[in-house]
Design a protein around this ligand. Sequence first.
Ligand code: CP
Length: 308
Amino acid sequence: MKHLLSINDLSVEEIAHIFETASEMHDVQKREVKKLPVLRGRTVVNMFFEDSTRTRSSFEIAGKWLSADVINISAKGSSASKGESLRDTVLTVCAMGIDGLVIRHPASGAAHQVSQWVDAAVVNAGDGMHEHPTQALLDAYTLQRRLGSLAGRHVAIIGDLTHSRVFRSNIQCLTKLGAEVTVVAPPTLMPSGIDSWSRTAGFATSYDVDAVLPQADAVMMLRVQRERMAGGFFPSAREYTVGYGLTRDRLRLLKPDAPICHPGPMNRGLEIAADAADAAQSVVLEQVSSGLAVRMSVLYHLLAGEES
Ligand code: CP
């Protein structure tokens, strides 16, 4: 594995290998001294052109716990704000001899484009509405720890599908691992072409949350991405919640042990009620700690050398 740009780059065996290493990395979180020497002498740059809490901080902690030198660059505060192009910015940083570049960018395909320009290993930390592969890996890893094998398990993905890179990466990851996936959204937030895509990729679509929830072994709520919406995709927040939110009433439709996932950040009271976000079966914070373990594993496999 030279880069991690898309879930499509990974075989089922490679995903299993990442999860095995993540499981070992997870134990580091319980140690008093949270440090492994495996990336000593490597330098990782986190370059974020979009805001982030979870992804940026977990990649930073992951690199540091693996003993890499880590620096963070964001659009604000870098020469990108003076008009420097993405190509010039990444070539400048890579001219300093870095080993890994973790990049988030609002343009779909940006990480792939960057990987063509540089020798460093590139990790896609979210490119526009396209992909967020480490999010999908951490989601599947979290669910596997809760449910065991995902083969034949039914996962419902509900919410703003149109704008979601998390959904696009998760569809690939979950179906690769044998899960049965049903995606649910209002008609205005179903991506165009989803009928032919769902037939090819082997997942189901629905507009009826109440019919899907009782069948689900796990539910993944997606954030309504208001910052990517130019027009009105639904009449009002209240109507979205009534039609598609995981409300307190809908919690009763779920199997009692079905994990509730949300990639974060959550719009509490819009796509997910506080009762659901904080329910005993919510794994939202578990996703965050799994995310750190999975990102440690990804950096290790990309940067530790031949033996990884
Ligand atoms: N899930 C996710 O990507 O969160 P951040 O935007 O906080 O990184």
